[in-house]
Write a new protein. Structure first.
Length: 71
């Protein structure tokens, strides 16, 4: 039996964003955890533990890997 991909996949950082897929659908480019959480909320996944590898797959770095914000 093939290993099933988690519902949320966060791809590596490219040009200041991380592409997010939920249930195989590209839902947008996240600049921060806040963006990711908003995408997940829209898909009804607002109570997902971001550190649960069965639910979220982090590619190219974990939840702490985001572009630096400049003001």
């Amino acid at each position: 039996m093939d290993k099933q991909e988690p519902p949320v996949v966060v791809h590596p950082l490219v040009e200041g964003t991380r592409m997010v897929k939920i249930h195989g659908d590209s839902v947008g480019k996240a600049h921060s955890l806040r963006d990711l959480q908003e995408f997940m909320r829209r898909y009804g996944l607002d109570t997902v533990d971001l550190d649960n590898s069965a639910l979220v797959e982090w590619r190219g770095g974990g939840s702490s890997v985001w572009p630096e914000t400049t003001l």
